[in-house]
Design a binder for this molecule. Sequence first.
Ligand code: ATP
Length: 365
Amino acid sequence: MPCRIFCDNGTVSETRILDVALLPGDGIGPDVIAEAVKVLRAAEARMSGYKFAFTEYSVGAGEFLKSGDPLPEATFEKIRKHEVILLGAMGLPGIRWPNGNEMVPQIDLRDKLDTYFGLRPIKLYHPLDSPLRTPGAIDFAIVRENCEGLFASRKQTFDLNGPEVRDTLLITRAGSERLFRRSFKLASARRKKVTLVDKANVLPTMSYFRGIFDGVAKEFPDVETDRVYVDAVTLYLLSRPTSYDVLVTENMFGDILSDMAAGIVGGMGMAPSGDIGDTHAIFQPSHGSAPDIAGKGIANPAATILSAAMMLEWYELPETKKAARWIYQAVETLFTDRANRCPDLGGSLKTWEMGDKIASLVARG
Ligand code: ATP
């Protein structure tokens, strides 16, 4: 369990430290992280026996401008000592590698820490925040494989002027089995349905992926399964989003689908995520650094605050699970009033005002 225990001499009280690496990053990252920390501090004041210890690290395009490396090895070595990371957003469009690719230390971290299970909950807090006419109670989770798939060849060297370039979609048996097992366990604790999203009618890698899914499914006879092609699911997520519980897919499909799914619950400011592995977990909003609104104080911090709640759930301690529920409840309460919105959802709240409101709801209980 990721806690260090300190006992005060002469007293029976004991405080456990929840040790978190904070990586605010670039663009709107620092703004939304500040609000998540504010809300976590409000939860901490009500939690019994736990305190947070946040250690901040500079990673991202800003760090590249300072040191020439967006994720310096020495910084990474310090970060890996923390089991839990709370991350803002990284990368800026104008700061790129010589081959034109954007710097993505957040993806490098997933690879280096093997956080293969990309969990992206999609929940609608108010029907009027959805562009759908009759959205219903949208509440599903996309699981994105984080370390293989079509992103596997992202680091290959290539010749921009050569006759062709190929990207390889990598599916391994071990990587898929661990992904599917965790997805089934997740569904077992939810509405007991897992939908595999693939392209098994065209791509051999995807037929292989489906075969592995079918094998793992036999271990979970209580969980209903479904298989759907990635093109079809984009339609179904718009026409009947409430029919899904857990959707699991490869890296690139998951990347695309999770942005689309965020769109039906109000946009990127409402989409939290957790990149979970066997030794580390990284929690961050699904959105990027949003350079178009950076520095304006109008970023919606809800996705990051909800990611912080996911982090509290991840500890699997009764007290942190309780604190996660306080945050979910506070967000739910806040969003019942249509006036409580940042500009992305048609409101006028500043980033810090939404953070204050959620923190005070958490503090009040
Ligand atoms: P990345 O590729 O790094 O994920 P992206 O290119 O998909 O990033 P984002 O930075 O996620 O882009 O931004 C997409 C759009 O969503 C932009 O118009 C941005 O302003 C908006 N957006 C993203 N996050 C938020 C937020 N927290 N609050 C309000 N708007 C946001």
